[in-house]
Every structure is written in structure tokens, then in C-alpha cells.
Design a protein around this ligand. Structure first.
Ligand code: N1C
Length: 259
């Protein structure tokens, strides 16, 4: 039996809310709090669930705005340590495998907020407090859909909290590793606070050996934006095989958190 597991599923655009959403979210929440010892005891998974569903139930699924999650975000308490935040764009799989294997950094999905919602889909409907299990708008179908607004809100929050040295993992195999329309390019980078962030390490993951993506027009764009925000940074092209090797053998010498 071949099981296709589509994690960042834009493939299931026509489907509705994930089955057993409530059970999945509450179980992920409880399991996370159990596993991570330094979680503030103020977190209550039932209250978190209530806050989450109140953000979008009863609303037209194309009119759920980023701010609709403001209240919910405050129900989730977690300190993000400095020097640990990893941002990514079009490198979701490798970035998450990397943080899991090395524990060098943490992505939004390694926080309680991102962990609970990772890979799930949800929407409600107007004039009813029910979930819609038949059909939810796709990521690009309308701008203000519940899932996209959630990731924009959660990403803004994650970027606002970042401090010290942060890392950004971009994809060197595409024309624009830095894309101003992506969540990284349109939300997170705008929230980087130069008072709190001391350094931005940009790592472009290349699958071919030419390794020159840091010189591309797209990366020059990113450099200008960081300069304008008075943020110090460097950019390095890294061979994909180096990261994969590091994921397979995290304690090896070559895997020094990819500096
Ligand atoms: O649009 P992107 O990349 O630049 O977004 C990635 C950026 C990361 O740094 C994350 O902190 O924004 C955050 N983020 C997620 O954490 C996340 N988890 C799952 C953004 N999107 C996230 N997803 C799903 O991935 C989301 O449903 C959407 O479809 C993609 C966006 O990924 P991208 O285009 O590779």
C-alpha cells in the first residue's frame, strides 16, 4: 500500500475541514505541553481550542482576516529563546527535518501554535456555528481564507518574537529564492525588529553545484530590504547534500548547525 502524505497540502484544495479537527488539535496541544518541560502552566488546551474556533466560526470563509486570530494568539503562551528562530520559504520539508534532527533551531511548527495547526485545514460558514467539512477555499482562491490568515498571523507573531541571531533557509533551485509574495517576504521580514535581532544568516539551499544563488537578483532584493531595516546579515550558498548529510548524521563534525 502506498500512502501519499501531503503535508503542505495545496493538493486537496477542494476539500473541507480536516476530519476530527478538534481531537487532533487538542491532542497535539496536550502532547506538546507534556513533552516540552519549560511550557508556562497557564496554557489550557480546551481554552486554546475555544479561542481558535471563535476566530473563524460563523464567518464567510473568504472573510476571515488576519486580525481575527489576535485574541486566539494571546491564549497561547510560550517563550521563544533568542538565537533559535529559523524562517524558511519553499524549503519547508528540509527545514523541518533539519530542526528535528539537530535541535539547532526552531521553526514556527516547532512552537505550540504552529505544531497544533501544521498540515490541517479548516473553515466555517456564515449564519452557522458549524465547521464546513465539505469544502473550504484553497490557499489562493480568496485572500482572506481562514488557513492563510492564520499562517499570516502566526508567522507575524513568530517573527516579532525573534531575537539574537536568526536563520533563514531559502530554496536555491527556483528562480526567486526570495519571493516578496511569500509569507516570509510579505509578513515575517517586515516584523524583524533591528532592536532585538542582531544578525540574519541567510542560507540558500542549492541542489546543483554552481552555488551562486546568493548573487541572484532575488537575493539582492532581500539584501536591500535588510539594509533598509538596518539589519546585519550574510548569505551563503549551501549544498543540499550537506544539509541532508547533517540530517542523517546530526552529531558529525560537518554538521555544526550549518554556520
Ligand atoms: O510563504 P512562505 O513559504 O514563505 O512561508 C514560510 C514562512 C516560514 O518562515 C514560517 O514561519 O512562513 C511561516 N509559515 C509556516 O510556518 C507554515 N507552516 C505551514 C508559512 N506557511 C506555512 N505552512 C504552509 O506552507 C502554508 O499552508 C502554505 O501553504 C505554505 C507556505 O510555504 P512557502 O510558500 O514555502
Amino acid at each position: 500500500v502506498v500512502v501519499m502524505y501531503v503535508k503542505y497540502g495545496v493538493d486537496d484544495d477542494t476539500k473541507g475541514t480536516t476530519k476530527n479537527l478538534k481531537t487532533i488539535v487538542i491532542e497535539r496541544c496536550m502532547e506538546y505541553i507534556r513533552a516540552v518541560s519549560q511550557m508556562p502552566s497557564s496554557n489550557n488546551c480546551d481554552a486554546i481550542w475555544e479561542g481558535f474556533q471563535n476566530s473563524f466560526l460563523g464567518k464567510d470563509p473568504c472573510k476571515v482576516h488576519v486580525e481575527d486570530y489576535d485574541q486566539f494568539i494571546t491564549t497561547v503562551q510560550q517563550d521563544i529563546p533568542c538565537n533559535k528562530s529559523l524562517f524558511w520559504s519553499k524549503t519547508g520539508q528540509i527545514a523541518h527535518d533539519f530542526t528535528k534532527a539537530t535541535k539547532c533551531f526552531m521553526t514556527l511548527e516547532d512552537t505550540l501554535l504552529g505544531h497544533m495547526m501544521d498540515g490541517l485545514k479548516w473553515c466555517g460558514q456564515q449564519h452557522s456555528k458549524e465547521f464546513n467539512y465539505t469544502s473550504c477555499p484553497g490557499w489562493n482562491e480568496c485572500e482572506f481564507n481562514p488557513v492563510r490568515s492564520f499562517w499570516r498571523r502566526a508567522s507575524a507573531h513568530f517573527a516579532e518574537l525573534a531575537c539574537g541571531n536568526v536563520m533563514v533557509m531559502l530554496n536555491g533551485s527556483i528562480d526567486s529564492p526570495f519571493n516578496k509574495q511569500s509569507i516570509f517576504g510579505s509578513v515575517e521580514i517586515k516584523k524583524f525588529d533591528p532592536e532585538k535581532i542582531s544578525y540574519v544568516s541567510i542560507r540558500v539551499i542549492d541542489s546543483l553545484q554552481d552555488r551562486t544563488s546568493c548573487n541572484s537578483i532575488s537575493l539582492q532584493d532581500l539584501g536591500r530590504i535588510l539594509n533598509n531595516s538596518r539589519l546585519d546579515f550574510d548569505c551563503k550558498d549551501i549544498d543540499k547534500s550537506e544539509i541532508l548529510q547533517c540530517i542523517n548524521d546530526p552529531i558529525s563534525q560537518s554538521c555544526d548547525c550549518v554556520n
